[in-house]
Write a protein of this length. Sequence first.
Length: 455
Amino acid sequence: MGDLDDRVGNAVERNAAGAALHPELTRDLTFLRERGRPAGMLAARTDARGDILSAAVVSQDASPQPLTSAQRAALQGITPDGAPRTRTVPGLGTYRVAALDADGIRILTGLPMDDVRDMIDGLVEVETAVAALGLTAAGTVCAVVVRRQLRPLRRVAATAAEVTHAPLGRGQVTGLTRVPDRDTDPGSEAGQIGAALNRMIDHVEASQAEARRSEERMRRFLADASHELRTPLASIVGYAELMNRGADRVESGLAWRRVNAESARMRGLVEDLLLLARLDEGRPLRSAEVDLAALVAEAVWDARAAGADHVWQLELAPDGSALVLGDAARLRRVAANLLANARIHTPAGTTVTATVETTPTTSVIRVRDDGPGIPPDLLPTVFERFTRADTSRTRAGVLEGGSGLGLAIVAAITTAHGGRIDVRSTPGHTEFTVELPGPGLPPADSPLRARTAPV
């Protein structure tokens, strides 16, 4: 376009120079007959108002042809300032025209834009073709790259689909397919998804395993509870049948004592089961300040009355009490069960020591004995329900044998109070530790000098 505008400017100046040879001829266009005029060039003479006086177009191997009125009308109104403009001339096409006023000689000259338009059209076609080829190539490359990058995601999806077909509802909790390590790179989105899926599968397996263990514990709990209830119930039914058959079969007083004893045993077992059920439900406990020192001291006196053949000791801090916020009846049950456990499962002459300690944030109850200890294989399950250590710890008597719920109740009550319980046992030393959060504790720098005294 710049080259065409230069040629239009040169042509109008040359035509103005040719018209200047005969300034009196205001309609003269003979300069178009000179050699070097390109075919298709048009020229016109205008008056001061811009009206066209005469106009013609150079023909190939012929004299210039005058323009029609319609063609001349398309060239009206062009200011003679030498600036090129684009006009469409009917029958001739699109022209780049310029008008010039040279000392009163007003000349309008135009050159066809066919070559430029053809070049622009060709350039557009080339650019369109190149763009189409480029987009096709880019799309192909992107498709290949995307498909390659999505391969890990497809493998992750395949793994997820395989996991969905696993028989989880039938107890299949191990051996689930995992996403390969190569597809768990945290540096990519697909790797993050693969890692998250593996974590989810681990969680599913762990949850399924825990559910199966819970189901097994429930079945074992129901079987043990049924067995514990069946024993006293069978005794009651047996003595009742003997009494129905006649007084000569069994002394009525003995029968009634045995029925009452077994009824009490069954009632205690049912109450323990009910207490555990309530604690499992998370029912709120009564909340009040409880003095653990006084509570444990009372429990030791009660244990001494029940087990005079043991040596009972109590260790308390000489200054102040150990206050906790909780249910006094339930905490009394904790101390009583720990002492009863030591009394029932240790031989006569065993020394049992109960200790109450305080820290700036907790109050601690410790019950230790120098009995034969708990077998190592029972330590992990000692706080589970219906767990007994009868095979290695001497029971004080058949009628005093525990049901295996005492320590489970202790653990449940401790957990309900926001505390924790622990046990350490070796031959000659068994110690249960109950930690409870407690308000109203002595300052951290207050000395606690323990004393040991036989009760």
